[in-house]
Design a protein around this ligand. Structure first.
Ligand SMILES: NC(=O)C1=CN([C@@H]2O[C@H](COP(=O)(O)OP(=O)(O)OC[C@H]3O[C@@H](n4cnc5c(N)ncnc54)[C@H](OP(=O)(O)O)[C@@H]3O)[C@@H](O)[C@H]2O)C=CC1
Ligand SMILES: CC(C)(CO)C(=O)C(=O)O
Length: 325
């Protein structure tokens, strides 16, 4: 199949390399990394194996591929899709992005609803253009319109692909997972270091708890994604003390290689983050559901401060969002 990948960073670069290795014909739509990708291709290393791909690299699509994958940060979806909109007019698209309803937003930009959603639980690092390191394996959950097509396609290229029953339930579970992203992005530590620091672990647990309470209040049947399923939501909701087991366990699944998370990687590349679509989505959903989410609101403000100043904040300022008893 002729497959277009828009956004060849940590997730898109990994998928492009794996699909290339599986024998597909890849075209990559790239932004600032385009010259490096043209010259050196994409090198994948780590938990999904090693492969060096040399896909065609373009600024925008002029011809329709068979299918496309969007793997930019959510804040870049419109800018990445708009120049290729005509070529994607009738093309099934898989949006591999975090946040609630990222694929719905893509459907609205494209003006058609053949848009599936993909949720990756693996840890991917791409701080250097054209080099992707998968530092921890994990499942990929695919759902929504065209979900079956994309689950089949990915299954032929990578391990642990699962079709979601309810993509909305899976996106809520993933939003709870991504409540771990903001603390490392604010202080500049890895997820493992945050889990080992009692004051920062407590704030992470409090942020996840707010996400879980909003998930419960939404009334959506939560579907397991990675290590977060309905029973985990119950643990998170019970109390901050009980909730701490969840980010601690999650950090252990990321293994020994420090995992910065996708939000901190944006910071380290000097780029805006998608924190408004992660911690910010928890704040927004909570307000809609009549709940407060002060910890996530505080984290959104701190991550935006780090984006503006380029300097990580002192751990004490994060710890103050949910002080130790
Ligand atoms: N990293 C991870 O471990 C995980 C990430 N995710 C989610 O996956 C999604 C992608 O994240 P991730 O791969 O980490 O992000 P990256 O920043 O690593 O990659 C995004 C890529 O999109 C490119 N891009 C941005 N705008 C455009 C544009 N207008 N045209 C073409 N390309 C563009 C960027 O180009 P440039 O080179 O110029 O920056 C970059 O290469 C996010 O929603 C994230 O939350 C989900 C699970 C795990
Ligand atoms: C799964 C996890 C937490 C991997 O780091 C992720 O989704 C992210 O960083 O955005």
């Amino acid at each position: 199949m002729r497959i277009a990948v828009l956004g060849a960073g940590a997730i898109g670069g990994c998928l492009a390399a794996l699909l290339d290795a599986a024998g597909h014909d890849l075209v990559v739509v790239a932004r600032s990394s385009a010259p490096v990708l043209r010259a050196h291709g994409i090198r994948l290393e780590g938990a999904f194996g090693t492969h060096h791909a040399h896909p065609e690299v373009v600024d925008a699509l002029t011809e329709a591929p068979d299918v496309a994958i969007l793997a930019t940060k959510t804040i870049d979806s419109a800018a990445a899709l708009t120049p290729s909109r005509a070529a994607l007019a009738d093309v099934p698209v898989l949006a591999v992005q975090n946040g609630l309803d990222a694929h719905g937003r893509v459907a609205r930009i494209l003006g058609h609803d053949r848009v599936a959603a993909g949720l990756g639980t693996w840890a991917a690092n791409a701080l250097e253009p054209g080099v992707v390191r998968i530092t921890a394996s994990g499942e990929t959950v695919v759902g929504g319109p065209e979900g079956e097509r994309f689950a089949g396609m990915l299954s032929g290229a990578m391990p642990h692909v699962r079709r979601a029953g309810s993509i909305e339930g899976a996106q809520w579970a993933k939003l709870c997972v991504n409540a771990v992203n903001a603390v490392p992005a604010a202080v500049g530590l890895s997820m493992q270091e945050v889990a080992a620091a009692p004051a920062l672990l407590r704030v992470t647990a409090a942020a996840m708890r707010e996400a879980a309470l909003a998930a419960i209040a939404s009334g959506v049947a939560i579907e397991r994604v990675g290590s977060v399923g309905p029973e985990t939501i119950g643990t998170l909701a019970a109390s901050i003390e009980e909730a701490q087991a969840v980010p601690r366990r999650m950090a252990a699944t990321f293994g020994d290689v420090p995992n910065l998370g996708s939000t901190q990687q944006s910071i380290r590349k000097g780029q805006p983050t998608e924190v408004d679509d992660l911690a910010g989505a928890i704040v927004e959903a909570s307000a809609r559901l009549g709940l407060d989410a002060p910890v996530n609101a505080g984290l959104v403000a701190l991550v935006h401060e780090v984006e503006r100043t380029g300097a990580f904040v002192a751990p004490e300022r994060v710890a103050a969002l949910a002080p130790l008893p």
